[in-house]
Design a binder for this molecule. Structure first.
Ligand code: C2G
Length: 154
């Protein structure tokens, strides 16, 4: 009996729970999950600046129990070739891509799944930026005041 093969694409920078939940849901849809991880060069084409380099992002995705195989994503055009090569049954993406890959319906089922709310690599980068921009001196002064207040209240 042919294994049901699922294929998805993504950058998976600063791997987070939104990525994990998607891969977990995709794994449940079939027998073999293939994930194409965007190379650093391809991310430049996507105008996407990544923090973690490709080889580390690929290793992290490969280490996930839901994932059976990782391949590089180096172009927009490789999807049809990948679907044929790996005999893909379902091509799936988060619904931020809804409608963008409907042309692939000619080759396999195309599914868009809801994104996980409240988490994104962009928001993680923003909170990191905010954290590192806090003036350390100011922070220490604030802690000092808090300590004094606590002592006064005792
Ligand atoms: N995702 C999600 N929930 C989030 C964040 C991301 O479900 N909170 C999903 C996205 O919808 C996508 C996958 O996780 O399906 C990977 O997200 P990105 O790494 O941002 O991938 P992207 O840059 O959208 O690359 O050819 C397609 C592109 O390579 C997709």
């Amino acid at each position: 009996m042919k294994k049901k093969v699922i294929l998805t694409y993504g950058t998976f920078d600063m791997f987070h729970i939104g990525h994990l939940k998607l891969l977990k849901r995709l794994a449940k849809m079939g027998d073999k999950l293939i994930v194409a991880v965007s190379t650093d060069e391809f991310n430049l084409l996507k105008n996407k600046k990544t923090i973690i380099p490709y080889d580390q992002r690929a290793q992290i995705v490969e280490a996930i129990s839901y994932v059976d195989k990782v391949i590089p994503e180096y172009s927009w055009e490789q999807k049809i070739e990948d679907i044929k090569r790996y005999k893909v049954d379902i091509f799936a993406m988060g619904h931020d891509w809804k409608g963008k890959f409907d042309r692939l319906k000619e080759y396999c089922e195309v599914v868009y799944l809801p994104r996980t709310k409240g988490i994104s690599t962009t928001s993680l980068k923003k909170s990191l930026k905010l954290f590192s921009s806090i003036d350390k001196e100011e922070l220490l002064k604030a802690f000092d005041i808090l300590d004094r207040l606590k002592t006064d209240l005792q």
